[in-house]
Design a protein around this ligand. Sequence first.
Ligand code: M6R
Length: 608
Amino acid sequence: MCGIIGFTGTQDALPVLLDGLTKLEYRGYDSAGVAVQVCDGIRMIKSSGQIRCLRKKIAESGMLPGCSGIGHTRWATHGAPTDTNAHPHMSNNGKFAVVHNGIIENYIELREELTAKGYVFSSETDTEVIVHLLDMYYSGDCKKAVMKAAARLQGSYALGVICADFPGSVFAVKQESPLIIGVGAGENYFASDVTALADHTKNLIYLEDGEFAELTPVKAAVFDCTGAEIAKPITRIVWDVGASQKSGYDHFMLKEIYEQPRALKAAIEPRVKNNRITFDGFDMTNEEARKISKIIVTACGSAYYAGCVGRYAIEELCGVPVEMDYASELRYRSPIVDENTLLIVISQSGETADSIAAVKELKRRGVRVLAIVNVVASTIANLADNVIYTWAGPEIAVATTKGYTTQVAALTMFALWFSEKLGRISESRYDALVKELLLLPGLAQRAIDLNPHIQDLALRYHNNSSIFFIGRNIDCAVCLEGSLKLKEISYIHSEAYAAGELKHGTIALIEPGRLVVALCCHTALFDKMMSNIREVKARGAEVLGVALEGDRRILMEADDVIYVPKADPLLGAIPRIIPLQLFAYYVAKCNGCDIDKPKNLAKSVTVE
Ligand code: M6R
């Protein structure tokens, strides 16, 4: 999704802006632009395509000398990814330039109003109304114009604004889109996320919705929506310096796959104290726990699929019914909830618009919200009543890997913790599961060690035009994620099915040479899986079986086998998904795909 950056200081703004935009590339974009306050006004350059196209255009047209400016990477929503639709957008008189992340829902009315007043629109974007509103409300006080323009906007927005009459000042406004302020020495910044700022400053101010800031080189002043200045705490962040570098790996995705043992360790070990699961800053009395009669799990994409895995652990260990809901759907149905419902929302970024909306809707209905989130102090973390951080560390590749496995680990820990509160788990089962949880980082490493074999398999199967994943129970949930991983980075059509469901329609698509990846790790359901494998083989499919180490029965039916490390059935998803992540990665690599930035996708989906 769009990324924004702003800078004001005493050094040239352009390198800072371009570096920030490069760091924000991972969010997904299709055009980019910058505007800098130069000695006689504002100069703007923008370009469709990648940041290297923008750099080329800047080099061709001469540098933009100036110490303050704004920049943007655009992920097209309103209008094609053209030079004209790229941000920044400028007012007709060249006085204001604006960058925007989000969606202005009432832009059609505003556009009509502004057109009637004589403003000329040059783009198809919703954003352009903002810059003309600023001009309309401007009478020498930029802060007032920003406030008045923001008050007219409906929707979600993080804005960056510069005005030719206020050299050295950059304004930032936040409403339901991510935005942080970076406080430096003699320079200040804003950006969509910390990745863009971490090389410059570790001191951050988190804006709340409705707040805005005026940054000058010496001050970062924050105001509420009435314009009253408010004191905001400065948070010092701990940032893994290697996070924004590939550290020798070909892609961030591969690096992040390899980081999973470490990420799982960080997610699990600090939560196990004296052999008991505890969560810092989150507790519930046994009585409160017993009142919870239903859990709704909501999320999008892979986070939703992590929820599908966690559901098995919660239902089995806690005996509480779990409803799974896509966040984009939950808000538009009428879920039956009351004060005894717990909503668990899962999100790596904590900024996914659909998940945020679902949380708000259920909070409005009085539901307690527990968030499982990776990014600290993100919108979802702030909205929720309680948070379990996954501590996966920064995830840059669009395709989530360590984000997903740490979500699964966090959910399983929650299930175990909750089952104890409910008094539903025996001491021996609890101890055994805690022990197994602590073994997960090692199992993840052993799954990663399958890499050479997975590379061979990718070489063999990368030409398939359609790949099916089948499994039962937790394996079925793992299939959903394995299939998503493959399609999002390799662009190969793929579907994931409950193995028993295939014969109810989809088996019609199985034809000679079609690859079916069959997960057969659920011991009790192994024979059923064998029958499903025979069904697809009878129709000419090739089968790549995934089975537990040492299980030779699979060799009777599968053409190839991936043997995964054994784990407790409730924890098996983690060692099973890792080879599928690697498979997706190497298939995409064989096919020459842009793995870290797959087409049409964004890392954090901040629009509905
Ligand atoms: O940041 P979130 O976890 O809320 O993101 C949810 C999905 O957009 C995300 O998992 C998406 O499906 C990934 N590209 C999958 O790799």
